[in-house]
Design a protein around this ligand. Structure first.
Ligand code: FE2
Length: 235
């Protein structure tokens, strides 16, 4: 995959291959036979020159992820899956995504007392947003025949926590090409999947069809990404 031009940046991707995430792929035999196959591309910390200072000052990061259409064995191609690190007692960092091209299935899951007690699916298409709530892990699936290109704003302090997804062989559900969603039997008592609408929070500038990158020019609207504990009305 080629570099991504963003303003004056010529960003090289981090490439995720089958061998990096074979533990979370349902079809192990397929994975073993395709270890070097490239699955998706992450372009981290993008900014226009004029926004560089704000991005650092407000402790934010803008990334773009590109996921070409593919089936990975019986499943649709997906991201590795992770939880987020904690930012204040009882809150992990939230994150906000915008689909730039294609379609996304955002699958969120919340753990309480060692087991997943909520699973949420947000289906989004170009221009639509999806919030990753504090204390939810998430994976993104490309269920389409087009390339999925998506962007996210997140705290610069944030880190990804992969262990639970690796240990349990993926998210609580797998999205299969033929049979749609099936439960991951490595989890105990997987709850039914709730479908939730895409996120629109006009007070924070999160509106379908309105470009999300430019929120850096109104950084108070991205304040919630570092201080979710101050946003009870959102979470
Ligand atoms: Fe995330």
């Amino acid at each position: 995959m080629k570099n991504l031009k963003f303003g004056s940046l010529d960003a090289a991707p981090n490439v995720r291959r089958v061998k990096d995430m074979k533990d979370v792929i349902l079809d192990k035999e397929w994975a073993e036979n395709n270890l070097d196959l490239e699955l998706y591309y992450m372009y981290r910390d993008l900014f226009m020159d004029e926004d560089r200072e704000s991005v650092v000052k407000y402790n934010l990061r803008y990334d773009i992820t590109v996921i070409p259409p593919l089936s990975i064995g019986r499943e649709y191609v997906k991201t590795m899956g992770h939880y987020h690190s904690e930012c204040s007692p009882g809150f992990t960092y939230p994150e906000i995504y915008e689909v730039l091209d294609g379609r996304a299935h955002f699958l969120l899951q919340k753990v309480t007392g060692g087991r997943v007690d909520e699973v949420v699916l947000i289906e989004a298409k170009a221009g639509e947003k999806a919030i990753m709530y504090p204390n939810y892990g998430h994976i993104t699936i490309n269920p389409g025949t087009e390339t999925l290109k998506m962007a996210n704003w997140v705290s610069r302090e944030f880190s990804s926590v992969y262990e639970d997804f690796v240990r349990l062989g993926g998210g609580a559900y797998y999205e299969l090409v033929e049979e749609k969603f099936i439960k991951n039997t490595n989890y105990r008592d997987v709850p039914p999947m709730k479908r939730v609408e895409v996120t629109n929070i006009p007070e924070l500038g999160i509106v379908s069809g309105v470009d999300m990158y430019s929120l850096i020019r109104e950084p108070q609207k991205l304040h919630f990404l570092n201080y979710p504990q101050d946003y009870n009305w959102v979470f």
